[in-house]
Write a protein of this length. Structure first.
Length: 287
């Protein structure tokens, strides 16, 4: 198998949790076509569209994967009369989208880091590399206390807790997913903060468990902020499709006469989100 096929399988198996990393890997995988032999421009453009489509379909829940792949294809198909030029356009488009995603993530982390107060207590869920970078950037000038829920069944919150525990200036607490309401009532949490898989027409799609946390935060009067690259905020052209993970992630033993529900993501309505923080702006999705 080539790099594109390998990347499709990796995305399909969700070996990489970060949607930004997925988008970058998928864009770079298209470079394989630049190195292949083609007899005509039409053959090259058809291969680009076909392989880009395979990469997008590998995980239709990742908005940044969708947008970056479409950007590469649109920058090449129908834009030249020469095969060599099409190859150069592909290289340039891949470099452009990779730079935009990487810089967008860094800018969002820098913007979010500025919002932390010294001594702030934060509740979060799942593993967001952008939120992690923001917290690492905020300390040690400011001290933070962070409550992390596990994000079962894959326990991605534990990964975040371990990384934060290695960061000077952060006191880390790990709780089960169902404890978010308890934590919001019984501790002095100032703010809930999560990353994003994407925001589509105002609705936040993120790791399953985000919606109940957001609802509990609203009931407790605690604001919820969302951090991520502006490439993940989409108004049109993309339809979110959830992913349903294997039942074995929930129960290793088969459960007779039981249907195991294991969605990867849930949808949080705009009115439960106070502020979206990207590298370019801070806004309310309900405005």
């Amino acid at each position: 198998m080539g790099r594109i096929d390998d990347t499709v399988e990796e995305i399909r198996r969700m070996e990489t949790h970060s949607s930004s990393v997925v988008a970058v890997k998928a864009a770079r995988a298209l470079r394989e076509l630049v190195e292949r032999e083609f007899t005509s421009l039409d053959e090259y453009e058809s291969a680009l569209e076909r392989n880009s489509g395979a990469l997008r379909r590998a995980n239709p829940s990742h908005a940044s994967l969708f947008t970056t792949q479409r950007e590469v294809v649109d920058a090449v198909v129908g834009q030249s009369d020469d095969l060599a030029e099409a190859r150069r356009l592909t290289e340039a488009a891949v470099e452009r989208v990779v730079d935009r995603v990487d810089n967008g993530k860094r800018r969002a982390a820098a913007s979010a880091a500025e919002t932390f107060d010294d001594g702030e207590v934060v509740l979060t869920h799942d593993y967001s590399s952008t939120l992690l970078a923001a917290m690492e950037r905020a300390v040690p000038e400011r001290e933070l206390t962070v409550y992390v829920t596990e994000a079962r069944p894959r326990y991605l919150g534990r990964k975040l807790a371990r990384r934060l525990a290695e960061t000077a200036g952060v006191e880390v607490h790990l709780g089960v997913d169902g404890a978010s309401g308890y934590l919001l009532e019984q501790t002095d949490i100032d703010r809930a903060m999560v990353g994003m898989d994407c925001i589509v027409r105002g609705t936040l799609y993120n790791r399953v468990g985000t919606f109940p946390l957001a609802a509990a935060a609203a009931e407790a009067g605690v604001p919820l902020d969302v951090v991520g690259s502006s490439a993940k905020v989409i108004e049109e052209g993309f339809v979110f499709e959830n992913e349903f993970r294997p039942p074995a992630e929930v129960s290793l033993e088969p459960l007779e006469e039981v249907v195991v529900e294991n969605p990867a993501y849930d949808a949080t309505p705009a009115h439960l989100v106070d502020t979206v923080i990207t590298g370019e702006q801070r806004f309310s999705p309900s405005d």
